[in-house]
Every structure is written in C-alpha cells, then in structure tokens.
Design a binder for this molecule. Sequence first.
Ligand SMILES: *Cc1c(COP(=O)(O)O)cnc(C)c1O
Length: 506
Amino acid sequence: MTTPDHGLQVTTGDLAPDAFRVAGHRTVEWIAGYLAGGVERYPVLARVRPGDVRSALPADAPEEPEPLDRILDDFERHIVPGTTHWNHPGFLAYFGISGSAPGVLGEFLGSALNVNAMLWRTGPAATELEEVALGWVRRMLGLPAEFHGVIQDTASASSLVALAAARHQVPGLDVRERGLAGAPRLVMYASAEAHSSIDKAAIALGIGRSGLRKIPTDAELRMDPGALAAAIREDRAAGMVPFAVVATVGTTSTTSVDPVPEIAAICAEHRLWLHVDAAYGGAAAVLPEMRWVLAGCERADSLVVNPHKWLFTPIDCSALYCRRPDVLRDAFDVLPEYLRTTGAAAAGEPRNLMDYGLSLGRRFRALKLWMVLRAFGARGIRDRIRAHIELARRLAERVDAAPEFERMAPAPLSVVCLRARPRDLAARGGEPAAGAYLDRLNEALLQAVNATGEAFLSHTRVRARFTLRVAIGNLRTTAAHIDRAWEILQAEAARLDRELRPPALA
Ligand SMILES: *Cc1c(COP(=O)(O)O)cnc(C)c1O
C-alpha cells in the first residue's frame, strides 16, 4: 500500500524541488499581497479570545504527510486571524515596528542556509557579515570606532550580558568561579523609568531587585544625576559595592532621554560600568539633527540598540556594542574540547561569536540587517525615521491645540503620550474624584479605539495618571493613518465622556 506523499520524493527526505517551488511561490505571493496593503483587511489587534486558535487545531500532529497547499490554507484560515498585526500601519502600540520586505527576504535566505554561527568556522560569512553590518550601523549612529558590535536576540539579552560583563570586572570578585556567595552586596542604578529588562537582569545576575536602585527623574522623566551621585555615595558609605549604571535613551514609557553626559561623568568618577539602553531611541541618531540623543554615549562601556525596533529589521535582532569586548568574552568564554578548533585552522581563527553571550547556537541575523541597510541605503533609513518623527510632531501639535486633550510628556522621538481631559474638568484635575474619573475615561477610550480594529494603541502611567501612547514606527504608516487615529480618539472621547461622567462631576 502506498500513501500519497504530496511531493515528498522519499519518505524521509525533504520536500521535492518542484513542490517547494510551488509552495514557495504561493508563500511569496501571499507575503507580497499582505505587505502591499492586504494587512489592512484585518483588525490590527487580533479579535480572538484565549484558546480560540488552539481549539481550532488538532491535538496531535498528523500521522501522514499533508500537502503544503492545505497547510497554507490553514495558515490563512487560523493563524492570520489569530495574529495581532505588527506590520499594520495602524499598529501604534508599544513601539511601532516594521519587518520590512528586504528583511523578510533576508529571513527567508537565512533559514535556507541554516547556519549556526557559534564558531567562525561554522559560519565564516555570518561571523564576518555581523561585524560589517554592525560597523555600518555604528558609523550611521556616530558611535566611536572602539565600539565592537555583537548581535543578540533581544535588548533584554544584550543588557543582561553587558551587565554580566560589568559584574565580571568588579575588582576582588571572582563570580565566574565562586559565584556571589560571600561577596559584598553589589548594587547597580537605573532611572525609575528604566525598562523591566533591567529588573530581570538584576534577578538573573544574582544582584536581586533590591540591588537595583531606581533613581528618581526630573520634570521631563529623565534620570536626576544629582540623585544618582547621592545614591552612590550613600551605598558606598553603607558598605555596598556599586558597579554599574544603566542610562536609558528613549524610555519605553514616554521616550525620555537620560542626561548621559552627566551620568557618564559620575560613572567615570566612581569607576562604574555605564550601559546605555537605547533599544528604540538610538536609531534616531542616524539623523544629524537627532544626534544629540546619543550625546555622552561615546563614553559608555556598552550600548544596545535594536534594529528590530526602529531600523526595519524583522524581529529578532539586537545590536550590543561594547567598548571592551574582552571583558564580555572573559565573562562568558568556556571552551569544551568538542568546540575546540584544531589543526592549522586554530592558529588563525578569528573571534567566535559564542564567546560573547549566553547561547552557543546563533542564527544568521546579520543577513537580514545587511539586506535592509543595502536595500534602503543610509539615506533611505534617514528619510523614514525623519518621516516618523515628523508625523509624531504633527500629532503632538494637534493634541496641544485640542482643548479636550492634554499631552502627558515631551515627544522628542516618535511617540506621543496623551490623554482625554474634558475642558471643564481641566481645573478640577487635582480633585481625587476627577482624577479617578479621568483614569477611567482614558482606560475606556483605549478599549474603544482598539475595538475599532483600525488602530491599536497601548498605555502607560505618567506620574500615576493613565496615559495613552501613540507610537509611530511602521513603514506603512502615513499621515492619513495618524489623522484617522486622532479622529477616532476625539470622537470616542466625546462619546465616552457623555456616557461615563458621574453626576458629581457634571
Ligand atoms: C523594547 C525595549 C527593551 C526590550 O527589548 P527586547 O528586545 O524586547 O528585549 C528594552 N529597553 C527599552 C528601552 C526598550 O524600549
């Protein structure tokens, strides 16, 4: 008896070339249509409940081979509708990002090569292209030549390994061999607005969250350097060992930019490792007029910027730059016999990427980044980022001019923080009842906007007040999309205020 093999030439082999071509062409056609506007046929935020996707699919893998056509049908039927569309031009939540077409092709080719670039010899081109592409990005951002780049999967991983390097070089400790048992209490610093990945790094590194001091911010939500210096002195006096400061360029909540020059001076004075988290905001420095965002970062020991955030590279791709890559390598390199390069190759072997992070295996992520940088060119990248900043500026002006809304934070990059605040309540914002109502109104506003399917926003709290964020970063977002989102915001805010306003505040 034979079973249909649907293009599988032999039972244990891969898809036959012709079957691959047919399915591949269909896949490329689907992607092309999706990116060309097909994505706008779907609500940005998936309209599914937890478990919907799972329950539409069988509990077991199919026993017999299935044809690619049927699998692709199910991709369209079950997977796409269960997807929140990050590549939708109405995606304005968190940080708007784009997996651009050249990057999609890079992913395609990268998986065909299936390179694992743990050692130079297991991926010479992957290893060297990573150096080349990160060198290009470094020069585009105006970072110093001593900054040596290595790709990690996410900014969370980049910050974790950078802070592990910082911990490694604390004098008198030998964490690699002895761990932290018996060590003095280590402490690191970040602003109260720093990303949660820094908390996670503190947890993973054995510093603990109590070893991460959150420094208060100024009126514009930037780290207060005076408070940082005072905290360091206080901790030293209490017998603790300060070892690192994380400055944020473009906080996740409001995109505030910490005063890195002042922070760098404090780090130099106290010999602390300065790590800069510029996961999203760093990309703005490709523009001459935005270079200021990385001012002082030339003095950092390490800096992370995510090409998968605002450099149009499909997730995941995070660039970690390190002034002293030897420290990073010393913190992590462990060379078992089975990974040793022997013979003549050993003598001239250049760096092995596995030494610069936690994972041994690593994908060929540089390929997609290289393809994006070439397909758009540095000028193309600048044009796109400038356009996003311009869209944000326009929206910020409208919010400022609207009597029924207020802007909640400066908008130096491409994120606008705002909330509805009916005109007649403006003077009463300090009253507890009015404050609570404004939070409730804006929470309802967020749900209402997202329910339209046309735009997807997320929120934060700015000084405890519920705040909506409009984050622009998608290649396909135009002024028309932002105007439409603003129209929806205004109409829904007026409607909800009529419905929800308690009589006491009428
Ligand atoms: C997004 C973001 C991160 C986390 O990025 P991942 O790559 O998802 O880990 C860290 N810091 C800042 C400032 C961010 O905006």
